[in-house]
Design a protein around this ligand. Structure first.
Ligand code: ADE
Ligand code: ZN
Length: 345
């Protein structure tokens, strides 16, 4: 039998839940700290890596925001994004939907333009060099208030042609989606596609609110939706995709161990589940590592893995022609893998 790692590696796929600030590897963080002459609250790469033990989401966010402080110039955002695209390309990612957190940077005096222009230049090069398509999604920090979210949305308007979606991230507990109902209404009116983190640490009710108050078309994580059978039925009926992040869930103690991850149950319930890496520099693996970890722990078969890759393309914001082309490439890869299995003695 083809081993799981090479099977996963051969499938073209899309990644739909990836925070660009979460791809900052410790070595790169120290390189940026040095070239920009800004301090990091860690003395070495090893000391920083040793801090990657998180009791919950907030413990992770504290380190993540501290490290983001080394990103100053457009070229930092370019280099960060380029490093991710190289990893994604190596994992056979053909399409990436990339979150960025502008408030993490504008709050430190970095211009919105510096951030977006650096990221977009790298995304354009990724398309040219690797044929890797992408979409950029602005995430609003839910621990901040509504007026700051409105200001951020206003700053995004000149980049309406580059930023396709608006999402919601950061500390979930105590920051329900309804806090941003009016901001999302304006974002939708301006043509941004609404998505939201919900049900990672927060209750099923927050997933319900993301659908009803924000009109989110995709839920990031969504694990706790399983607490509410009526909500699950609605997610299935409306084919609302969940962008699930197994290694993230393990590192942030959303699950006790990978064997108790709900992904297989989600598939069995008929949910449109996708596999993603969230903040791969912090959680111990990029997207293929996530497929492999969950496949091994839950005993997923090859058909399940192909389904997850197909869901990732189906749930993407690609236009119809690009989606059809990528689905065709996936079908061809899956058939050729089946054939090579069949031809073995
Ligand atoms: N920001 C970066 N990663 C996040 C996550 N997993 N949940 C909420 N906000 C985040
Ligand atoms: Zn996330």
């Amino acid at each position: 039998m083809t081993d799981i790692a090479s099977f996963v590696a051969k499938l073209p796929k899309a990644e739909l839940h990836l925070h660009i600030e979460g791809t900052l590897e410790p070595e790169l963080a120290f390189a940026f700290a040095e070239r920009n002459d800004v301090p990091l609250p860690y003395r070495s790469v090893d000391e920083l890596r040793a801090a990657y033990r998180f009791a919950d989401l907030q413990a992770f966010l504290d380190v993540y925001y501290a490290c983001a402080g080394v990103l100053i110039e457009s070229r930092d955002f370019y280099d960060l994004t380029w490093a991710y695209l190289e990893r994604a390309h190596a994992d056979n990612v053909r399409h990436a939907e990339v979150f960025f957190d502008p408030q993490t940077h504008t709050g430190r005096g970095i211009d919105f333009a510096t951030v977006v222009e650096g990221i977009c230049a790298a995304l354009d090069d990724g398309r040219r060099e690797f044929g890797l398509s992408s979409r950029l999604i602005l995430c609003l920090l839910r621990h901040l208030d509504e007026s700051e979210a409105f200001d951020t949305l206003a700053a995004a308007m000149p980049y309406r042609d580059r930023i396709v979606g608006v999402g919601l991230d950061s500390g979930e507990r105590g920051n329900p989606p309804r806090k941003f109902e009016r901001v999302f209404e304006r974002a939708r009116e301006a043509g941004f596609v609404p998505v939201a983190h919900a049900g990672e640490e927060g209750p099923a009710e927050y997933v319900r609110e993301a659908l009803d108050s924000l009109e989110a078309v995709r839920i990031d994580h969504g694990n706790n939706a399983l607490e509410d059978p009526d909500l699950v039925a609605e997610l299935v009926r409306r084919r609302i995709p969940l962008t699930v992040c197994p290694l993230s869930n393990l590192k942030l103690c959303v699950v006790d161990d990978m064997a108790s991850h709900p992904l297989k149950r989600m598939l069995e319930l008929g949910l449109v589940v996708t596999v993603n890496s969230d903040d791969p520099a912090y959680f111990g693996g990029y997207v293929n590592d996530n497929y492999i970890a969950v496949a091994k722990a839950l005993g997923l078969g090859e058909a399940d893995i192909v389904k997850l890759a197909r869901n990732s393309i189906d749930a993407s914001l690609l236009d119809e022609a690009e989606r059809t082309r990528l689905l065709g490439e996936l079908a061809a890869a899956a058939t050729s893998l089946e054939r090579s299995e069949g031809s073995k003695p």
